[in-house]
Design a protein around this ligand. Structure first.
Ligand SMILES: [Zn+2]
Length: 313
């Protein structure tokens, strides 16, 4: 999602928004604005054949007063982190000035711009796309294909996958997540309640590892697996304590006591705090699962929407 301040900037300047970046249409070249964390970044997509380490050093020094220049080798993107002043008006002017400074410096050093599509690597691009909050050349058709693929991924996530195996892996993952809690209880006789939040996270990890179906039921599965694992952990720890006192105490006798009308309320009482923290972890996982598919869907929509009409050189 594009941060609000950048959206405001784009609206005011009438610049098109491409997913996480804003394209500076004052230039025909792939140059744009984005954010990395809380920093504003001006970036240009360059031809890697016209870029090298010495040049990078030189340009970095030249632009030192305006911002910090770095180079993303993977996507051949020159980025400059800009110090952002307070107030929209000043910020907008600073962003524009920074883009001009970057473009002028690149031109002076005869840096050429990327001309190949970020998706297929072919030339004759007719569009721009967003890549890591930077603006890069693309084909309209490649963008549409990428959007379609992402949507297919959401559908695939929601409909395919093996439930049974994934649920088992969620339970196993939860037990792995319970180990830190079990060890601190047994070794240090201390309960770090916050460690219990690891149980649902590990259960979710197990579920994902087994490529379980990603739909609305997942949070419930993870919640049940995590709560079960928390109870298993409680019972196991209690039994280990009993065995330390009475080394021959049979497990079956212990279990029938724990799950009897007398023992169960005591178990629940002991497990209350861990369960609360386990629920905190469940809430985190819940949010993550919902975000995951929503984000992919949003990205696909952004790709489909962010089509511009201007043609790069
Ligand atoms: Zn393409």
């Amino acid at each position: 999602m594009l941060p609000k301040a950048l959206k405001k900037f784009a609206d005011e300047k009438n610049y098109p928004i491409l997913g996480d970046s804003v394209r500076c249409t004052r230039y025909a070249e792939p140059v744009g604005f984005g954010m990395q964390g809380s920093f504003y970044v001006v970036s240009a997509s360059v031809d890697p054949n016209t870029w090298n380490k010495d040049l990078q050093k030189e340009i970095k020094t030249e632009l030192k007063k305006i911002g910090t220049v770095s180079y993303n080798q993977k996507d051949s993107i020159v980025q400059m982190i800009v110090k952002a002043p307070l107030g929209a008006e000043k910020l907008h002017a600073r962003l524009e000035d920074s883009a001009d400074a970057l473009m002028q410096t690149l031109a002076r050093h005869q840096v050429a711009y990327r001309k190949t599509c970020i998706f297929c690597g072919q030339g004759e691009c007719d569009d721009f796309a967003d890549q890591g909050a930077a603006c890069v050349p693309a084909h309209t058709s490649c963008k549409a294909d990428a959007a379609e693929k992402l949507m297919a991924e959401v559908v695939e996530n929601e409909t395919n996958g093996n439930y049974i195996l994934a649920i088992l892996c969620a339970l196993l993952g939860g037990i792995v997540g319970a180990l830190p809690s079990a060890l601190t209880i047994l070794l240090f006789e201390t309960i770090y309640a916050v460690l219990f939040a690891l149980i649902p996270l590990a259960a979710y990890y197990g579920y994902k590892l087994a490529r379980g179906k990603m739909n609305g039921t997942v949070p419930f599965i993870i919640a049940i697996a995590a709560l079960l694992d928390t109870m298993v952990l409680e019972v196991a720890v209690q039994y280990i304590w009993v065995r330390q006192e009475a080394p021959t105490f049979p497990l079956s006798t212990f279990l029938s006591y724990v799950f009897s009308g007398e023992g169960f309320p005591l178990l629940l009482q002991d497990a209350a705090m861990p369960l609360v923290f386990c629920i905190v972890g469940i809430a985190i996982v819940w949010g993550q699962i919902n975000n995951n598919n929503r984000q992919i869907r949003q990205k696909a929509q952004q790709l489909a929407q962010g089509t511009t009409t201007s043609t790069p050189k």
